[in-house]
Ligand binder design. Sequence first.
Ligand SMILES: [Fe+2]
Ligand SMILES: [Fe+2]
Length: 259
Amino acid sequence: MLEVSTEPLHIKTGELIAEKGEGPWYEPLFTDGRNNVGLICDVPGAVNDHHFHPDFDEFWVILKGDLEFEIGDYPIISAGKGDIVLAPAGDRHLIRTMGVGSSVRLHVSKIGSNHESKNERSSEIVPFPDQTEPPNLLHTTLNTVIAQKGEPQWVSSVVQNPLNTANLIYSAPGTPHNAHWHPEFDEWWTILKGELTWDLGEKRPIYHVKQGDIMFVPRGLKHYILTQGDETSFRLAITDSEGLHVYQEGDEDAPPPRE
Ligand SMILES: [Fe+2]
Ligand SMILES: [Fe+2]
């Protein structure tokens, strides 16, 4: 079993995808202690083994290509790069790669989960749920969230359940924000658009992180994140669902950040 890293990780998925080629392949990336996270590459026409799991909501971030998702008995969802798709606990899911190129999706799946439970799609398609605003939509696209929330800066909770919180953060270049640290939980981000830097303190290098990359910062390290260049940035920040004890410089009773 993978161990949770106690050092920062910068995973350049673009380079990994280029190295590994058209697929199919699977690349495990890391664990955050709750989820296993990895990349799944499939060729056009490939279909996963449909299944459901009663004990957690699974979600995916599309990094490349076009996919169709059958979730529960809802109509088919067509998803592309930058989209987030969620299969609620108990809902069967089947994933098919469309188009002419291979697809790559990041999966976020509960550690130790069982993906063996089968359930056929019903002959009756049920309408999509009425809910139109996040969190926990079956399908979240950057464009629909921008249409709802407007210009940066904002944060929108995209996944919220007992296992995970995933917040989508939209920032303009140079937008200042407060460096902070949290001694009790790790945090990791997938960059959906733009380029950013992670400054983790004087004793560490500055990380230059771009679209498709993943940055993992272990608990206790102070982080200052800045959007670079002249493009706005989107990042999906994933933490546990409690998010306890976030400290900033000057807070009373703040334990010092880790070095
Ligand atoms: Fe699954
Ligand atoms: Fe943080």
